[in-house]
Design a protein around this ligand. Structure first.
Ligand SMILES: C[S@@+](CC[C@H](N)C(=O)[O-])C[C@H]1O[C@@H](n2cnc3c(N)ncnc32)[C@H](O)[C@@H]1O
Length: 287
């Protein structure tokens, strides 16, 4: 049986309120359709996220979470950047998945050698890295703490699940967990360690250049760039699990993330804009 992507919610007791930079006054929900179902969905989303409802033509909010006939998308009313949404079957990602994914730096960084791996993605975002890994055959638990981002991701997964080829290719191997990854890891039952923990923290502000992709620019506005020690905290939480391989995506020129008492990266896979640092917390590893 083909299993569709599905989502798990952490209970309120499990979840901390993450510090997000976009105040709720910065974002509203709108509906770009006259049909009853999307309008109802917009109402439900606004209620669920405790966000105001607005008209899609409104300029009162810099960000609008828009329900359209086809999808959920994030619009920036004060920017020429187009809408941001999760898309796994068409466009750039659709093309990317026609290429040999096993050659991607991400695949090499997680140590993919043709056999499925269990991966926890602590920072799911718009789910592209998690989707690449699950298309390769890995079992991925993708955790996202920002409520709006997890709605966008859930919407993308739902649409991807309607595409028979994608549904077949990932066969239920991608699970979205809404909540805080540090708490999720702290509560991992013994004996359930994944092969790899992956994290792609928000880039530090100074690297938010014009070259930054529009998706990341929109996410940074919504979630906030990591200006504190967020990335260090995530890495420390990953190390604390005892997982043998932890992979961190960084801007290519960013300094290493280092945690006192833990080994520095043991391997590095560099691309044009980003790199993947591989840590072997137990002190041994093979690339
Ligand atoms: C740079 S984005 C990840 C992009 C993602 N790798 C992709 O392929 O689309 C970082 C994401 O991590 C999320 N995040 C940050 N801290 C988190 C935490 N403690 N738990 C879960 N998600 C977190 C942010 O909300 C943001 O959506």
């Amino acid at each position: 049986m083909v299993r569709m992507p599905h989502t798990d919610r952490m209970t309120d007791a499990d979840r901390t309120t993450p510090e997000h930079s976009a105040p709720t006054s910065a974002i509203a929900v709108c509906c770009d359709s006259d049909r009853a179902t999307p309008r109802q969905r917009a109402d439900e989303l606004a209620r669920h996220l405790a966000l105001p409802r607005a008209d899609c033509a409104s300029r009162d909010y810099p960000l609008l979470l828009a329900v359209t006939d086809d999808r959920l998308e994030l619009r920036q009313t004060d920017s020429a950047d187009g809408a941001v949404f999760c898309e796994f079957t068409e466009g750039r990602f659709g093309y990317r998945r026609t290429l040999p994914l096993a050659h991607e730096l991400l695949a090499r960084a997680v140590g993919f050698k043709g056999q499925p791996l269990d991966v926890i993605d602590m920072t799911a975002g718009l789910g592209r890295d998690a989707m690449v890994l699950s298309l390769l055959g890995c079992h991925v638990t993708a955790i996202e703490s920002h409520p709006v981002v997890s709605e966008l991701l859930e919407d993308g997964l739902r649409r991807a699940g309607r595409d028979p080829e994608t549904a077949r290719s990932i066969a239920g191997r991608l699970q979205l967990v809404r909540g805080d990854a540090e708490q999720y890891l702290a509560a991992l039952p013994t004996g359930t360690l994944p092969d790899v923990i992956y994290l792609d923290p928000m880039f530090p502000p100074r690297t938010q250049s014009a070259l930054m992709k529009k998706e990341l620019r929109a996410l940074a506005r919504l979630v906030g760039a990591d200006i504190g020690d967020g990335a260090h905290r995530l890495l420390r939480a990953a190390f604390a699990t005892g997982c043998r391989r932890v992979v961190v995506k960084r801007p290519r020129k960013a300094p290493d993330l280092l945690i006192p008492g833990w080994p520095p990266p043991g391997a590095r896979f560099e691309g044009r804009a980003a790199r993947f640092d591989v840590y072997f917390p137990a002190g041994v590893g093979a690339t």
